[in-house]
Design a protein around this ligand. Structure first.
Ligand code: SF4
Length: 374
């Protein structure tokens, strides 16, 4: 790929005031740490309720480790958003409890409109979703009718209904490569870092919405470079929602599943990991003998070098999980008309994933070829 093959597209995003994001409410709702005894009581209650209600727990890698363990132990799954969507659709349970953020529950509902989809907290959202309001995004798409609209999973049902394709971080690069090979010009939203990374890897003509993940946006390249010097044998694993300067320092760029697989398959004993710290739970289980270090999110003078925690993911707790199973009050609903439109782009992605072997992307493909997403 030559630099000259990459068409630079000017940024022409409309004003985004209505997509402004504030996390104060989310942090205020993050439940307090529980005693060991209280945790055990709640876990027993959740196990019992899942059985009684014939419900299945589907959890994301970024939620509380106890919830992840419960999901696996009770026959549910812990996964990235692509696998969560597939698993929820194919699971026979009529009630799914989705521990993650709102777009994950909506995707489950769109794929299984007849199932009851519950979430521990319906206000658990995502800065990418909040930063991409449907009115502005529609105007953006309407201004560029010659482009195929590809949206990241982290969007509302209404935004998906406006899109031609949905993509996740584990399959976005393959989808864009496929569309680029067909000569399609792409409008990508909402994550600008993931969009830029895919544009750089594929050379596709991509017009990018300028959203970002507030967790990954915080990783700092200069501090990461210092850390690499401190741990010269460590390999750096980076989620592509991170800024380009951080991605440039990565040995592997990939989705959560791909990052875990990289740690498992690479010979290195130490890894610096740039994604939400929730991933460390599953990752350490996958590589018990290896050392995992959080990538830095703050500069030299900071007392805390890394928080890397999504406040909305942190809103999922054992307490509200038990409560939602008991009361069945936090049910996700999607307007059926919007759902019928949104399923088209989701199904397109799932069909594509089924047809194409889900291979790792970018540097990861070079370093760990043959490794698939979990
Ligand atoms: S970690 Fe970032 S992308 Fe994921 S849910 Fe939180 S804000 Fe959204």
């Amino acid at each position: 790929m030559q630099d000259s093959d990459i068409k630079k597209v000017e940024y022409d995003l409309p004003q985004m005031q209505s997509g402004a994001v504030c996390v104060a409410n989310a942090w205020a709702r993050v439940p307090a740490e529980l005693s060991v005894q209280r945790k055990e009581e709640l876990k027993d209650r959740i196990r019992r309720l899942l059985k009684e209600k014939n419900a299945t727990l589907v959890a994301h890698y970024y939620v509380d480790g106890d919830i992840q363990d419960l999901a696996e132990e009770t026959g549910g799954c812990v996964a990235d958003s692509l696998e969560m969507a597939r698993f929820g659709r194919d699971n026979p349970a009529q009630t799914l409890v989705v521990a993650g953020v709102r777009f994950m529950g909506e995707t489950a509902k769109i794929l299984s409109p007849d199932k009851k989809i519950l979430m521990p907290d319906l206000d658990a959202c995502c800065s990418l979703d909040l930063g991409c309001p449907i009115e502005e995004f529609t105007a953006f798409c309407d201004a560029h009718p010659d482009r195929t609209v590809v949206v990241y999973a982290n969007t509302s049902a209404a935004v998906k209904a406006r899109a031609d394709w949905m993509a996740t971080s584990s399959i976005g690069l393959d989808i864009v490569k496929h569309l680029h090979a067909q000569g399609k010009k792409i409008l990508w939203g909402p994550d600008r870092h993931l969009g830029s990374y895919i544009q750089e890897q594929t050379g596709a003509d991509m017009l990018l919405w300028q959203g970002s993940c507030l967790v990954h946006d915080e990783f700092k390249a200069a501090e990461l470079a210092f850390m690499k010097k401190e741990y010269p044998d460590a390999k750096v694993l980076v989620h592509p929602e991170s800024p380009a300067s951080v991605v440039a320092l990565a040995d592997v760029v990939g989705s959560t599943s791909q990052i875990i697989n990289a740690a498992r398959n690479m010979a290195a004993q130490t890894f610096i990991v740039a994604t939400d710290k929730g991933i460390f739970h599953k990752m350490q289980q996958a590589v018990p003998g290896k050392t995992l270090i959080e990538a830095p999110t703050a500069g030299n003078g900071a007392t805390c070098k890394s928080c890397a925690q999504c406040p909305w993911m942190a809103m999922n707790s054992l307490s509200n999980l038990a409560e939602v199973l008991e009361k069945e009050h936090n049910e996700i609903s999607v307007d059926p008309e919007i759902g019928k439109k949104a399923i088209v782009c989701i199904q397109r992605m799932l069909d594509f994933a089924a047809e194409h072997k889900n291979r790792p992307q970018g540097r990861e493909a070079v370093l760990t070829s043959g490794m698939g997403a979990a």
